[in-house]
Write a protein that binds this ligand. Structure first.
Ligand SMILES: Cc1cc2nc3c(=O)[nH]c(=O)nc-3n(C[C@H](O)[C@H](O)[C@H](O)COP(=O)(O)OP(=O)(O)OC[C@H]3O[C@@H](n4cnc5c(N)ncnc54)[C@H](O)[C@@H]3O)c2cc1C
Ligand code: SF4
Ligand code: SF4
Ligand code: SF4
Length: 661
């Protein structure tokens, strides 16, 4: 396509229901942009992302033969995909679209300076228009994927995900470092909330796994190296310290779990006698017999549980709450009552966090007569050996900080979940970032909760942070679903915003390879010389390599030098928006006057709606209002709960709205 043909750009400037237009004079900018010979369509719209405006843009692209569109609205993080889809539906290459952020980076940031905000928005839009004209149409990168998944860690999380992946036709390599699958749960005979047996659960899962020939389990396995990228990873795995197998997988699920916190010597009296032990050790003791509980041959009648040991540390790395341990301790206390009669339990806690349905256990414990004493992190309980018993002293926050001493036969330290000791090594092997708590970090806890920054590597279970069994399984099943969604078709489509090396300019100095954290750059021979090459399926498009190249041999798609330079030139041109335009805005221009008409318009819309549900075009026909204005009014009425959405029409084109009851 020649440059002359390309110069039919559509520019849409969004009001964002006042979020932008209360501070930025969108009408003045539209008037200015319309004078640009490259701009075939310039509009200011109430909500660029509304159904009606999206349809309007698609229509403009087709009928006005637009070659590119610029949407000046909110952050591209929010709506890049929305408007890429609009471009695509209109018949454009989706990358012939640029979003300009005039909300977060302009109207919100400069709300006290509307004149300057308007000037800045105008400059940003000019820059966006130049950028879209300089940018190339891109096509997604297509990669063939191996229909196999490597699941690292065969605890409940890894085992459950392996079964799910096998059931949808993927081959699974289940790689476990211990001598048996099952993880922490396999060692437990009673799990909260329902007292089900962890051992029975993991045995059942293992039996199910064995029925599936497409799951290959490797125990006593160590991953020696990982190479490749999404669709085609190669893992070198040593089994039992002997053979090293190369396993090829399209995706990797890391479900390596957690470690129990191990108290330091002397922490709450730990290691000063066998009558002070951790919760996991007490669970093992409790589950290993029946009748009287005995420690060192002495029958245990009084037990103190000290909560938050090693967790929520004031001085220490584990500042987080381990979420599971309150419920685990209470459930263990109930199990102790069940096993032996006439036991008294004392719970020295900071806060009780038995969230959701687990609260029932706290209630049961309270009803069983358990004593709860609340301590403050600044005055933790003091534990002392006193002959054949242990004394726990505390300033109880619930009885006006009264000093209370409790003599017990056994102290149980309620320890929580910490990152596994091998987590730094696993993180470096798979290049997974860790958080300040040193657990593995997903991209976004709400929006991308099981994906990592490395394409094709996913997280599941408690390696992400403390979780109950059901939460662990939920997350690994989410990862399994995500993996199947990506590799299930055999061909993966990847974002084409990646780096590329111009071989003629590269002099192979290796600087780009050194800085690439994604191992996407390799050294190759090309046309008789050594040059750098980017593996586009491993490249994340981070752009770090481009500025370090002394020969300027690296281009990052959508961020090429011509694009960036054209934006800077356009932004630095004299602003076309004049102070007079701005003064009118500041003194309350015509849009402000329109706001006074809201009640009359709302009444007219409500009168035409009656008790029916109508789409915006139907309301437009009934009221005779301009569709742009009507969209704004309807959205504002929804915001103020005057109207509510009432479903989408049969063609999935328009939402209907009705009076809110
Ligand atoms: C004291 C305590 C009591 C608890 N009680 C309950 C309860 O009653 N009910 C409940 O719902 N939850 C309970 N939990 C939480 C429960 O233990 C976890 O939710 C569960 O174990 C998480 O399973 P997972 O598969 O994610 O991790 P894990 O059980 O830790 O399994 C991880 C697996 O990965 C393997 N692995 C690690 N690194 C590698 C590697 N590099 N290569 C290969 N394999 C590797 C490990 O050997 C292990 O088999 C309790 C937790 C604690 C601390
Ligand atoms: S779950 Fe309870 S015991 Fe565990 S860290 Fe949080 S508050 Fe402390
Ligand atoms: S930094 Fe530039 S010159 Fe050096 S190897 Fe990479 S592409 Fe080639
Ligand atoms: S853009 Fe980032 S990930 Fe891609 S090759 Fe360059 S440094 Fe590596």
């Amino acid at each position: 396509m020649s440059m002359a043909e390309q110069k039919r750009v559509g520019v849409y400037i969004c009001h964002c229901g006042g979020n932008i237009s209360d501070y930025v004079d969108v009408a003045a900018i539209r008037d200015e942009v319309s004078k640009d010979p490259d701009v075939a369509v310039a509009k200011h719209v109430m909500f660029a992302c509304s159904d009606a405006t999206q349809k309007e843009m698609e229509k403009d692209i087709r009928e006005q033969h637009l070659d590119a569109i610029v949407v000046a609205s909110c952050s591209p993080k929010l709506h890049t995909h929305t408007f890429r889809s609009v471009a695509k539906r209109g018949g454009l290459n989706p990358y012939r679209y640029v979003q300009v952020n005039i909300r977060e980076q302009c109207s919100w940031a400069h709300s006290d300076h509307p004149a300057e905000a308007t000037q800045k928005a105008s400059g940003l839009i000019r820059a966006g228009k130049e950028r879209v004209l300089s940018s190339e149409a891109l096509i997604p990168i297509r990669v063939e994927s191996k229909q196999a998944v490597a699941v690292i860690g065969a605890g409940v999380s890894g085992m459950r995900a392996a079964m799910a992946l096998s059931d949808v036709g993927e081959e699974v390599y289940l790689i476990e470092s211990a001598d048996r699958p099952g993880g922490k749960v396999a060692a437990r005979s009673k799990l909260f909330p329902d007292n089900s047996s962890g051992k029975a659960l993991t045995d059942r899962m293992l039996a199910e796994i064995k029925k599936r020939p497409t799951i290959k389990i490797f125990t006593k396995a160590t991953i020696m190296s990982v190479s490749g990228s999404i669709g085609n990873f190669t893992l070198k795995v040593s089994v039992d310290g002997k053979e090293t197998l190369p396993l090829v997988a399209g995706a990797i699920l890391v479900s390596t779990g957690y470690d129990d916190y191990m108290p330091a010597k002397g922490e709450f009296g730990f290691a000063s006698g066998s009558n002070i032990m951790t919760l996991p050790d007490f669970n093992t003791l409790l589950e290993s017999g029946s009748g009287d509980i005995k420690v060192n041959g002495k029958v245990v009648k009084r037990i103190a549980f000290i909560y938050c040991v090693g967790m929520r540390q004031v001085k220490g790395p584990n500042t987080y709450c381990s979420r599971v341990c309150c419920t685990a301790a209470i459930s263990t206390s109930l199990a102790a009552h069940e096993r032996a009669k006439d036991i008294d339990t004392f719970h020295f806690y900071r806060d009780i966090r038995t969230y959701g349905k687990q609260e029932a256990l706290y209630e049961a414990s309270s009803k069983a007569g358990d004593t709860y004493l609340m301590y403050n992190e600044k005055t933790p309980p003091v534990v002392e050996q006193k002959g054949d018993h242990v004394r726990v002293s505390v300033k109880d926050q619930l009885s006006a900080k009264k000093e209370i001493e409790v003599d017990v036969d056994l102290v149980v330290l309620v320890t929580g979940m910490v990152p596994r000791s091998n987590s730094a090594q696993v993180a470096s092997l798979f290049k997974i970032p860790t958080g300040s708590d040193h657990f593995f970090n997903e991209i976004h806890p709400k929006l991308r909760p099981v994906e990592t920054v490395i394409n094709g590597i996913y997280l599941g279970g408690s390696c992400q942070g403390p979780k109950t069994v059901s939460e662990s399984v939920n997350s690994s099943m989410a990862a399994a679903a995500k993996i199947y969604g990506v590799i299930g078709k055999g061909t993966i489509e990847l974002e084409p915003i990646v780096a590329a090396v111009r071989e003629d300019a590269c002099v192979w100095c290796g600087k780009c390879k050194d800085v690439c954290e994604y191992d996407a750059i390799s050294q190759v021979e090309h046309g008789g010389k050594t040059v750098a090459m980017v593996n586009s399926s491993a490249c994340s498009g981070c752009g770090i390599c481009a500025p370090v190249c002394p020969s300027d041999a690296i281009d990052l798609a959508r961020y090429t030098n011509p694009e960036i330079e054209s934006m800077i030139d356009a932004f630095s041109k004299d602003a076309g928006v004049t102070p007079a335009d701005i003064a009118e805005k500041e003194s309350g221009g015509k849009e402000m006057t329109q706001m006074k008409e809201f009640p009359a318009r709302w009444n007219a819309i409500l009168a035409k709606l009656g008790d029916e549900a109508k789409t915006i075009p139907e309301m437009g026909e009934a009221t005779g209002f301009d569709l742009q204005d009507l969209t704004f009014q309807v959205m504002t009425m929804v915001k103020y709960r005057v109207l509510e959405p009432a479903g989408i029409d049969d063609d999935d084109e328009y939402y209907s709205y009705k009076r809110k009851r």
